[in-house]
Design a protein around this ligand. Structure first.
Ligand code: NAD
Length: 332
């Protein structure tokens, strides 16, 4: 087995943590980088890192990915890295209306800095990075296919993710840098993000507060369980694109569950799992948000055999079990 270290950016984040954990459990060396910013509770990020620290093969570097000097130092001291899973980013559609600069800094400058490091690494194998289903913007055609047009993003977050895909194409074309962009569709599960619906709904119901439901509940999402996502990320990592017919070694793949679930069904499962009815605060559609997402996953399926197996009926209880345990909430 190859035992050169894999670099995971955003390793203290939700998806980065789970990806690092799976690799460490498989016996790989992992170096994680994260700036532990306070977009959401940094304590949760530290608690994830504590889990990773149980492995001798894990090293953590606290740094900003857009800080070129810090990345060079890390590459020299811990690398070189020939496989990189780049997940660090300023996430969230709604917050991009409030703090646009953090998106440009982390998602655009950060992305270029990571690509620069990879391109100057001899024998570099593969950069897998996070894009997002939000690049589909107001796309009406379902399921979303990577063949669909994505040139009209409706949030700055989406625009930065699309910009990453485009800049990646340029680097793959110019420097033969193998890269795969993964368009994630609403990822959920244990250790999940406090700014996402499942966390907010669970917390508010437990605290006896109303839950905000946008577009009067007329929302559908392709919810993807974290373990399925990690399987897809690592499957993609093992299959770098190669230059063919003068095409750059570059691809983007959807990674979803290939089911579009009604948000209100999602709420019902949370209620039944918590044994408590939610007080629902219906709100209008949020700017930048879309009513439905649904992933065509045939490309990643053909490439890696990726077959998501976790339904929301199985996945939501796993999140709630973790939530109650982590926040020490007594059974209702
Ligand atoms: N979770 C989802 O449903 C979802 C959906 C679509 C796309 N994505 C993308 O997947 C990736 C991972 O998402 P996540 O849900 O794990 O989010 P997350 O916020 O939990 O993880 C991102 C991590 O990156 C770190 N980070 C942010 N900016 C940084 C910087 N400039 N330098 C160093 N570290 C920085 C944060 O501290 C955080 O720990 C992100 O790129 C996100 O945009 C996630």
């Amino acid at each position: 087995m190859d035992n050169s270290p894999v670099l995971i950016t955003g390793a203290a984040g939700f998806i980065g943590f789970h990806t690092a954990l799976r690799l460490l459990q498989a016996g790989r060396k992992v170096v994680g980088v994260d700036n532990l910013n306070d977009y959401y509770d940094p304590e949760l990020k530290r608690a994830r890192l504590q889990q990773l620290d149980n492995f001798n093969d894990f090293e953590f570097v606290k740094a900003d990915i857009e800080d070129k000097a810090a990345m060079e130092k890390m590459w020299a001291e811990q690398g070189p890295f020939k496989e990189v899973v780049h997940l660090a980013a300023q996430a969230g559609v709604r917050y991009s209306l409030e703090n646009p600069y953090s998106y440009i800094q982390s998602n655009c400058m950060g992305h270029v800095t990571i690509m620069e490091m990879c391109r100057h690494t001899e024998g570099f194998k593969h950069l897998v990075y996070a894009s997002s289903s939000s690049v589909y913007g107001g796309n009406k055609k379902l399921p979303y296919s990577t063949e669909d047009s994505v040139d009209k993003p409706i949030s700055l977050y989406a625009a930065t993710k699309r910009a990453d895909e485009l800049m990646s194409h340029t680097y793959s074309h110019l420097f033969d840098l193998p890269q795969t962009g993964l368009r994630f569709f609403t990822v959920y599960g244990p250790w999940g993000r406090p700014d996402m619906a499942l966390f907010i709904f669970t917390k508010n119901i437990c605290d006896g507060k109303p839950i905000p439901v946008f577009n009067n509940g007329e929302m559908k999402r392709d919810f993807t369980y974290i373990d399925d996502i990690v399987t897809g990320v690592l499957g993609a990592l093992e299959n770098p694109p190669v230059r063919e017919d003068h095409q750059a070694p570059w691809r983007v793949l959807n990674i979803g569950n290939n089911r579009s679930e009604k948000l209100m069904d999602y709420v019902q499962i949370i209620e039944s799992e918590l044994g408590q009815k939610a007080e629902i605060d219906f709100k209008p559609m949020q700017p930048g948000d879309v009513p439905e997402t649904y992933a065509d996953i045939s490309a990643i399926q053909d490439l890696t055999g990726y077959t998501p197996t976790t339904t929301i009926k199985e996945g939501i209880p796993k999140f709630i079990e973790w939530y109650k345990d982590y926040y020490k909430i007594k059974a209702a």
